[in-house]
Ligand binder design. Structure first.
Ligand code: ZN
Length: 235
């Protein structure tokens, strides 16, 4: 059952200036492109990855999944919020700053996936769609290992009452209340409820709440800020 690797970055160890300090890995948040390139190289190298063998997505908060077997190279990056591969050594990356990064691997089948699950993506079912794509490539839910990374927690993610009701109608597991007693959504809990129903039992959740942690980027806390990355790959 070995051979799958999961990693989540924090905000330190890069070259970006305020307000993206330091390890901003997002290329569409207004940071200097040279700094982002350097940060992506630093992050990949620290994980023992070839920066040219990391696949990034153009995330749009939707349910679409793409299957890849090589880096995009000069081709346009498709809009998708989940990416799946069977190619060993090819790392899949997801960018977040409060949304839930979801990494999935079936090391036996040799299939991995990375998904970006914010509130809209979780409701739209991007994580079940990623699992379905993995199953189509030979994965079995009972063998899938799932890891969710740093994200805004259900005690911090305040939403209007109507929005909570709308989300909970689709995914009751995401119903939450803030620490100050107002309506909230717990996206990560929703993701884990979805995975549980699909039979994905080997799951771990990062204890880090991005809004509460000064070591992580948080869009809701900071507005203009950087992006964290989650990486998954097979040996
Ligand atoms: Zn929190």
């Amino acid at each position: 059952m070995s051979g799958a690797h999961f990693a989540f970055t924090d905000r330190w160890g890069g070259v970006s200036a305020v307000p993206y300090e330091e390890l901003n890995l997002g290329g569409a948040v207004g940071d200097d492109p040279g700094s982002v390139r350097t940060n992506r190289e630093l992050a990949a190298t620290s994980l023992g990855l070839d920066p040219a063998r990391v696949v990034w997505m153009k995330q749009v908060h939707g349910p679409d999944v793409v299957v890849v077997d090589e880096p995009w190279g000069e081709r346009p990056v498709p809009e998708a919020d989940a990416v799946v591969t069977t190619r060993r050594g090819l790392a899949l990356a997801v960018l977040t700053a409060d949304c839930t990064p979801v990494l999935l691997a079936d090391p036996v089948a040799g299939v991995v996936a990375a998904a970006h699950a914010g509130r809209p993506g979780m409701v739209a079912g991007v994580v079940p769609a990623a699992v379905e794509a993995m199953v189509g490539l030979g994965a079995e839910p009972a063998r899938i290992v799932a890891r969710t990374g740093p994200a805004v927690c259900g005690r911090c993610y305040e939403v209007p009452d109507a929005m909570r009701a709308e989300v909970a109608a689709v995914e009751p597991g995401a119903y939450a209340e803030t620490s100050w007693g107002t309506p909230a959504v717990d996206v990560t809990a929703g993701v884990h409820a979805q995975l549980e129903r699909l039979g994905v039992r080997d799951r771990e959740q990062s204890p880090v709440c991005t809004i509460e942690s000064d070591d992580h980027f948080s869009y809701r806390r900071e507005g203009l800020t950087g992006r964290l990355a989650g990486y998954v790959w097979l040996d």
